[in-house]
Ligand binder design. Structure first.
Ligand code: PEP
Ligand code: CO
Length: 455
């Protein structure tokens, strides 16, 4: 296997490798101008935040924390507005509160947010009524309407995406700094829906029990527990569009390392994780904590190659493996993956994405996921890791703070016929706010039961 130390890395070294899923631009000079412009703009995040997240992920890897990573399959420019961002932040905060209560561990909150604008596609083109056009690859690349103009890859969108990522994170930071995420005040995160949700009472009991616990602790210690109650929030996106990622890669003199400062935690998608491919080449050289999505097509050698290439020094918190096998395959695939990684002698953070292996087409032709399959995969993931003496240290979820109907099932029993009512995703189906909260409640509930039966 190639030894990373012997091959020179630089932010553009990926360009000599085969790069999957990259758009084709008609005007290379225009693209070059845009990339040069992007390289001069200030970063969206800074290296000390990136390092702080890596340390927190290292704690999760040791079983001392739990990662909640979630957000849209693809953010859109149109949805970059205050109400939608606040709602997404609220549902993630509510879920994290429920998980904190059930798991009794600090929750690391990472949004699929502020830069999740580029999508891998299974085909380069799409044909409708005999007309073939390039596939929609996310707002960073082109536009979803089915016209030649909309589907042409437009370099200017890289700048528009960068700006929206910065606007989104700026707003999230302001909300959090202003006390919006303070655990003393979970009422700030009220989504309104809680009042008519079947989970109203359960959620409110948890929120007030945490507020009471804080009051109690502060009462007996005479101290405010600011450190513990002012939550942090990090950003992540799939590092798919390599010119965009390269333009945001900066050398930090003080640390003598390269960082991707477009986000805290970029990940490699399953379709671009080839060992000799451009994405693995780019990711191996950046200092951020990174993740890779892993699926059934990856055999032991491939997984081991990823682990040793991407984290040659076995640095804690550096590498997260997000498995997304599907409820049907996980029992076969996960034990092998755990064994394969064990053989390398390295440690990773294991996270379950119960969404991407459970996508199916509904009777009406829409892409959907069944809540029961999502829950089943998660249940199996917790069980398999526990049985093998491994630790499932997080979940990766596609969700929205809106009342959409994209996934079926859940307490309201959404059916295939309900999907038409509020199906808004241009890509994968997301859990709506109520399904997302229900999922967190079920995870928390099972964790409490397991703790009690182990005690
Ligand atoms: C995604 O996270 O939206 C995605 C495309 O996932 P995967 O790479 O796991 O297919
Ligand atoms: Co998706």
């Amino acid at each position: 296997m190639r030894s990373p130390e012997t091959t020179a890395w630089h932010p553009a070294s990926w360009q000599s490798k085969p790069a999957q899923q990259q758009p084709k631009y008609a005007d290379p000079a225009h693209l070059e101008r845009v990339v040069a412009q992007l390289s001069r703009l200030p970063p969206i995040v800074v290296s000390w935040e990136v390092e702080a997240l890596r340390e927190r992920l290292a704690a999760a890897q040791r079983g001392q924390a739990f990662l909640l990573q979630g957000g849209d399959c693809a953010e859109t420019f149109a949805d970059c507005e205050s109400d939608q961002i606040a709602k997404k932040l609220k549902i993630l905060l509510q879920m994290s509160l429920v998980l904190l209560h059930g798991l009794k561990k600090p929750i690391i909150r990472v949004g699929r947010m502020a830069g999740q604008y580029a999508k891998p596609r299974s085909a380069d083109t799409e044909t409708r009524n005999g007309v073939t056009l390039p596939s929609y690859r996310g707002d960073l690349v082109n536009r979803p309407e089915f016209t030649p103009e909309a589907r042409a890859a437009d370099p200017e969108l890289l700048l528009r995406g960068y700006e929206r990522a910065a606007l989104t994170l700026n707003f999230v930071r302001a909300l959090i700094d202003g006390g919006f995420a303070d655990l003393h005040h979970p009422e700030y995160w009220d989504l309104g829906f809680v009042h008519h949700s079947p989970f109203k009472d359960q959620y409110q009991r948890i929120a007030s029990s945490i507020a009471d616990a804080l009051d109690f602790f502060e009462g007996i210690s005479g101290q405010q527990v600011h450190e513990a109650t002012r939550v942090d929030f990090y950003a992540s996106h799939e590092g798919l569009h390599l010119l965009y990622e390269q333009a945001q890669t900066r050398f930090i003199e003080r640390r003598q390392r390269w960082y991707n400062l477009s986000t805290h935690m970029p990940w490699i998608g399953m379709r671009t994780a080839q060992l000799d491919g451009a994405h693995v080449e780019y990711f191996r050289g950046i200092a951020n904590p990174i993740a890779v999505k892993i699926g059934t097509a990856m055999d032991a050698g491939w997984l081991q190659g990823l682990v040793t290439t991407l984290n040659p020094h076995n640095q804690p918190g550096r590498l997260t493996l997000i498995h997304r096998y599907g409820a049907k395959e996980i029992e076969r695939a996960l034990p092998r993956a755990i064994e394969a990684v064990r053989e390398t002698g390295q440690t990773v953070l294991w996270v379950c994405d119960p969404m991407h292996g459970n996508t199916e087409t509904s009777t009406g032709g829409l892409k959907t996921r069944r809540f029961e399959n999502i829950l089943k995969e998660l249940d199996l993931a917790f069980r398999i890791h526990a049985e093998m003496g491994s630790y499932l240290g997080g979940v990766h979820i596609e969700l929205t703070g809106e009342d959409v109907t994209e996934c079926t099932g859940g307490a309201r029993g959404l059916s295939d016929a309900d999907l038409q009512r509020a199906y808004r995703s241009t890509v994968d189906p997301r859990l709506n706010y109520e399904q997302a909260l229900e999922l967190a409640l079920l995870i928390a509930d099972r964790a409490s039961k397991n703790r009690r039966s182990a005690a």
